[in-house]
Design a protein around this ligand. Structure first.
Ligand code: TYM
Length: 348
């Protein structure tokens, strides 16, 4: 069967949304609205896979959920033309994840590097949810039979697993899929969208580490709610050295910290690193950083301001999430009915 082109992506409500989330994901979500039907989800079921002391607990979760929603809206996602909702309001995600737990193989999950990183040395004490995280992520995507998923580089392996799950389901149950009139395959092999100069934004303090919500140093990241002074200070203090930026002809900068700042500039201006070097090659970092401060403040300031304004109005945000959840559920429920028929579950 042919699949309707549809985009799905998710962001965890775990505080400190940062420039990596924006450039790697949210900015792309906005751009894709013109060419696809889009579904953007605040993945609260994923948030609780780590200990409550890490996700913030029941006091913090509503605020964090509304803050990610506000970031989506402030960045320019249109919740009327597209769908914005939080995952726990659509039970089909968890239901389909169970089916996928029975399709995915333990060997596949054992290869997931994110689990190894997040579980660390204390593997025995990690939650089963953290281990099964990628099957829930596949369910998020395939509940809508989404064809495209914009994400940062760190999610690539999870998307490969999503394709493996779709393929195994399609082949294990091909006869039933045919018999129910779905042709040769029920789930699409979803394509990741991981493109551009900022698919992996690095820490401002250490160019070999990813910019992350969990880094102890707030100077490692630019948060979307940082004000102009904080953005300027963090960029000025970002690790660099006295050598100038290379010229465009010399090729990309081999220093990870320098390359990261060039990539951020390129992504914020929708250009390439080569174009940025054509403009700033040979300049000292003091000059380049001053330009980057102005650019970052101009692009991020209004988004942060709008987010802070919107979170003051939880009724408005909850209305958007509720409306989005109802529309998402209508689609996911159809998928789940079909999955039940394909598997042979007796249903009403
Ligand atoms: P999460 O919440 O960790 O991050 C949200 C998005 O931001 C991207 N990202 C980055 N991109 C570039 N540089 C960085 N330093 C950086 N840090 C984070 C992530 O790649 C992601 O796109 N598992 C997902 C959430 C999820 C999901 C899904 C995504 C759940 N179900 C279904 C897509 C489809 C996650 O933890 O993202």
């Amino acid at each position: 069967m042919s699949f309707k082109e549809r985009v799905f992506s998710g962001v965890q409500p775990t505080g400190n949304l940062h420039l990596g989330n924006y450039l790697g994901a949210i900015k792309k979500f906005v751009a894709l609205q013109d060419s696809y039907d889009c579904i953007y989800c605040v993945v609260d079921l994923h948030a609780i896979t780590v200990p409550a002391s890490v996700w913030g607990g029941p006091q913090e979760l509503p605020r964090a959920t509304r803050e990610v929603t506000a970031a989506f809206l402030a960045a320019g996602i249109d919740p009327r033309k597209h769908i914005v909702f939080n995952q726990s309001q659509v039970a089909e995600h968890a239901e389909l994840a169970w089916v996928f737990n029975c399709v995915a193989r333990i060997g596949w999950l054992n290869r997931m590097t994110q689990f190894k990183e997040k579980a660390g040395k204390d593997r025995e004490n990690a939650s089963i949810g953290l281990y099964a995280y990628p099957t829930l992520m596949a369910a998020d995507i395939l509940a809508y039979r989404a064809t495209h998923v914009p994400v940062g580089e760190d999610q690539k392996q999870h998307l490969e697993l999503c394709r493996d799950i779709a393929q195994k389901f399609n082949s294990d149950f091909v006869d039933s899929i045919r018999a129910h009139g779905y042709g040769e395959s029920f789930f699409p092999l979803t394509e990741p969208i991981i493109q551009g100069p900022a698919t992996r934004v690095m820490s401002l303090r250490d160019g070999t580490k990813k910019m992350s919500k969990s880094d102890a140093s707030d100077y490692s990241r630019i948060n979307l709610t940082d004000d102009a002074d904080a953005i300027a200070q963090k960029i000025r203090k970002a690790k660099t050295d006295p050598e100038p930026l290379p010229s465009e002809e010399a090729g990309l900068d081999p220093r990870p910290e320098a390359d990261n700042l060039v990539g951020i500039y390129a992504a914020l201006t929708d250009t390439s690193k080569a174009q940025v070097l054509a403009q700033f090659g040979g300049n000292q970092f003091s000059t380049f950083k001053a330009a980057l401060v102005d650019l970052a403040v101009a692009k991020l300031g209004p988004i942060g301001g709008e987010m802070k304004r919107m979170v003051q109005d939880p009724v408005y945000i909850d209305g958007i999430l509720g409306d989005g959840a109802a529309r998402a559920q209508a689609i996911a429920a159809e998928t789940m009915k079909a999955v039940k028929d394909i598997l042979g579950f007796v249903r009403r």
